[in-house]
Structures are given as structure tokens and as C-alpha cells.
Ligand binder design. Sequence first.
Ligand code: PLP
Ligand code: ZN
Length: 380
Amino acid sequence: MLYALCSMRVLCMESFFCSNCSRFYPLQPSRWRCDCGSFLDLKFESKFPIQKILKRRPDLWRYREAIPIRSNTSILSMNEGFTPLEEIEFDGNRTLMKIDYLFPTGSYKDRGATVLMSKMKEWGVQKVVEDSSGNAGSAIAAYCARAGIECEIYVPQHTSSEKVVQIQAYGAALKKVQGSRERTAEVTMEAASKIPYASHCWNPFFLHGTKTFAFEVWEQMGWKAPDVLVLPIGHGTLFLGVYMGFRELKEAGMIKRIPRLVGVQSAFCAPLYQAFKKGWRETRPIDKEETVAEGIAISEPVRGRQILEATQEVDGEILTVTEKEIGMALMEMGRRGHFIEPTSAATIAGLKKYLRKKRRQETIVSTLTGAGLKSVGKML
Ligand SMILES: Cc1ncc(COP(=O)(O)O)c(C=O)c1O
Ligand SMILES: [Zn+2]
């Protein structure tokens, strides 16, 4: 259908497209959303040459034919990815845990940053802006530092001081914004009218990095997909990346079906849970309270419609967890040797909730997305 709108297939392969109004745009660093206001996607045909993949280094760039960067010389890499998939038992249930806090900047956001910033380098961009609850900003700042690209990172005033220090350590210009996370996004969008916006939620190249989570799980499970994945959702960049990765594997004939996806939100900020329960196509305004899970405190997710569609398509669901459950999961993981940040603990609280009500025997994958050292002050 989307291809039919193009006169040339090649043009579509090299374009941003809008799933809301079917417009296409040439790939350009200044283009971060559609004129209709919606987010954009990128059509790209991934290939999975297993024999070649097996010969490469254990990092996420081993899936080179599935990552939309034209030239190898543009790749900005710190050998990130191919994180361990560790077996952990919860209340008698075997689960497989992707240890994604082991990325260079301490969170899974490096998956998206390595690809998005490689594209910015390929475009010859000299400076970018980004807004974040802290981790995406740290990741973008680190890859900018590697490339010698200047960056301004906007964060809400109350962001964990560890993340603020980390962003500055990479040499980024830090901009603290009074008010909510949404206010931070508004201020950044103004700056993005002049400077390319390396946005983890708007720019689809970021999702073409987070999707490598799916490829790694597929390879680490012996070229098989699990039945279910339990993942956090703030803006949903990991959730959507994983959906996209498994969809690409299915389209390439590598797996039979896309696994079910279970999203986890904080009960204090759960726009997608609300929309999913009510069967809405889009999220609607919510009453939000402050949660310790700062990374998922997103009341207006940019790609809300896309997350809801993906959840429906895979027969998935969205759960919420309380502050108390997050605290208990954080302590439990510490006792198991994993010091994670509260946002990351929210996923584990959701996983435990899912395990309590699951009825069938299934292979379940989840993840530890962020390191505990990023949020010590808040934990104290
Ligand atoms: C540690 C951690 N986990 C999960 C998330 C949620 O990611 P997303 O907003 O892409 O859903 C974030 C986002 O900042 C995070 O920092
Ligand atoms: Zn549009």
C-alpha cells in the first residue's frame, strides 16, 4: 500500500514516510516530523546473512545489513551491544534477562544513539539538540563526543544529578528546564527549528538501533524468537524497536510470528495503559504524579498510536506497577547481584505481575535497562 503511493520503489526506500497522512519526505537531518504533526518512519529492507553475522565481533553492528547506514566509514561505535542474556528464576518461573545496563553509558539507549548519531555523522551534521529524562541525553552526548559533534541536551530540572553530571562529562551543553518533562520537550522543539534534532522519540533512526535488541535475542536463543517479552514503556523506543526488529525477522522469513509484547508503565503515569484498557486509538491527557521511575514518566508519548497498534497486533498488553512494587523489585534485584535504577526496576515489577497471572508455559524475555549508579541520590 505504501509502496503503491511511490512512483519508484527506490524513492520509498530512501524516504521518511508518515503513516498518518501518507506523505513522503527525502531523508534530511532537519526533518523530524511530518507537516501534519505526526512522527515519521523509515522504510528499510533488512537482510540477515547468518554466516556473515557469525563471523563478526559480538556487538550490535554484526547485523550490519539490517542497519540503515550507507557507508561503514560513518559508523560511530564503541563496540556496544550483544549484551548477556542471563537466566533468572522468579518464583519458580524461568526467565531470560537481557542485561542492557552494560552499555557504555549505562543504559540501553546506546542502541539507538549509535545508529542515530552515525546517520547524523553521515549527513555531515555539526551540532544537534536532544531532550531527555537523562539516559537518552547521556547516550546522545557520548556519541557526539566520539564524533566531535556539538550538542545541547535539555533535561527537566528534577533529573537525577548523576545523569546531569554524566551528560556534562561528555562535554555537552546542559540545559535544565523548569517544569514538566513535556515543558522540556516544548523548549527543545523551539531549538530544533534551527539545529538538527537528534530525538530518540521522533527520529526513526533511533528505533533502527533499538531494534537490535530483537536480533540479539533471536541469535542468543539459537535463531528463535521467545513467546513473550516484558518491556518498559515511556516513549516506547525499546518497545517499538523490539516490535520492529521481530517484524523484520518475520518479513525476512527468519521467524514464524512476532512474539507477544507486554509493556510496563508506572501507575503514576500511565497514558498507554489507560488508552489500551479503554480501546482508544491514541493516548489522551492523564493526571500524572511524580514517580521514582523517571525514565518512564512520559504523559504524552510521541508514538502513542504506533505503540497501541503494535500491542494490538501482537496480542500484547500493558500493565502498571506501583511505587511500592518498584521499590521491592529494586531491592530484590540488588540481592541477586544486579544494581539497577528505579526505572529499570519498574520492568521487573511488571514482569513479576505478569508471571503471577500467566496461564501457559512460555519462554519469557525481559531486560534490565539502566544501571543503579545513575540514580543513587533518588534511591537515598
Ligand atoms: C533506564 C530506562 N529504562 C526504560 C526507559 C523507557 O524507555 P522509552 O521511553 O523508550 O520507553 C528509559 C527512558 O528514559 C530509561 O532511562
Ligand atoms: Zn503526516
